[in-house]
Design a protein around this ligand. Structure first.
Ligand SMILES: [Zn+2]
Length: 211
C-alpha cells in the first residue's frame, strides 16, 4: 500500500480514512470512547500533506508531525450544551488514551492554533491532539524525515508502516452512555478529591479528640 493520494482533502483531514490502516481501530475506539462519555467528538485534522503542514500553527517543522505520517488525529469535543471550552473533558479522554498506550498533546508545552473553538480556554498544550505511536518516540525521530524531500520521506514511511496487520491493542468494554451532560459530570468529578480530603481531616480530628 502506498500513501493515500486518492483521498480528497476533506477525506484526509476530517475522516479516519487517512490514518495508517493498522492503527485505525485504535482511533475508532477513541471516537467511540468519547461518545460513550457523553461527548460529541469532531475530527478536525488527520492526515496532512507537507504543504498543508506548513500552513498550520504547529511547531513541528518539515515532516516532523505524526499528522503527516498517518498516526495522529485532532479531536474537538462538544457536549450536549455545545462547544466545550474546559480542559477537563479533553484531559479525561487524554488520560484514558494514555492508559492504553496513546500520546495526548495536552501534556505538551506548545503554542496552539488560534481560531479553533475552545482552544484558548482549554490550554495549555495541544489538547485536541491524539496520537498512536507506541513503537516510536512521541516526537517524530529525525531518521524518519529528510526535510529536503518532505513528501518523499512521508511516502516512504507510509509504505513501510502500512503493511502491518490491524492493531487490536484497545479492547473496548463499551461503558454505558451517560445521561448527564459532560460539563456537570466534570464539576462533580472535580469536587470528589475535596470531599475525600474533608472526610480524612474530619476523621483525624475525631481521632485526636478521642484521645
Ligand atoms: Zn494534532
Amino acid at each position: 500500500m502506498s500513501y493515500p493520494i486518492h483521498l480528497s482533502r476533506t477525506e484526509r483531514l476530517s475522516t479516519l480514512a487517512g490514518v495508517t490502516p493498522h492503527v485505525r481501530p485504535e482511533f475508532e475506539a477513541l471516537v467511540e470512547e468519547a461518545k460513550a462519555r457523553g461527548m460529541r467528538p469532531f475530527i478536525v485534522s488527520v492526515l496532512r500533506s507537507c504543504e498543508e503542514q506548513k500552513g498550520t500553527a504547529s511547531k513541528a517543522r518539515g515532516c516532523r508531525s505524526w499528522h503527516l505520517l498517518g498516526r495522529a488525529v485532532d479531536l474537538q469535543l462538544q457536549s450536549n450544551r455545545g462547544r466545550i471550552d474546559d480542559r477537563e473533558p479533553y484531559e479525561e479522554l487524554g488520560r484514558w488514551w494514555e492508559s492504553h498506550g496513546g500520546v495526548w498533546g495536552g501534556d505538551w508545552e506548545t503554542t496552539y492554533p488560534r481560531g479553533i473553538p475552545g482552544y484558548e480556554a482549554a490550554g495549555p498544550g495541544d489538547v485536541v491532539h491524539f496520537q498512536w505511536t507506541p513503537e516510536y518516540t512521541a516526537r517524530v525521530p529525525d531518521s524518519v524525515c529528510d526535510d529536503s524531500d518532505c513528501q518523499g520521506s512521508v511516502n516512504r514511511f507510509w509504505e513501510e508502516d502500512s503493511g502491518r496487520a490491524p492493531s487490536t491493542t484497545i479492547a473496548r468494554t463499551a461503558p454505558s452512555p451517560l445521561s448527564r451532560p459532560v460539563s456537570r459530570r466534570v464539576r462533580g468529578a472535580s469536587l470528589a478529591p475535596l470531599v475525600m480530603t474533608g472526610l480524612v481531616i474530619a476523621g483525624a480530628v475525631m481521632l485526636l479528640k478521642g484521645k
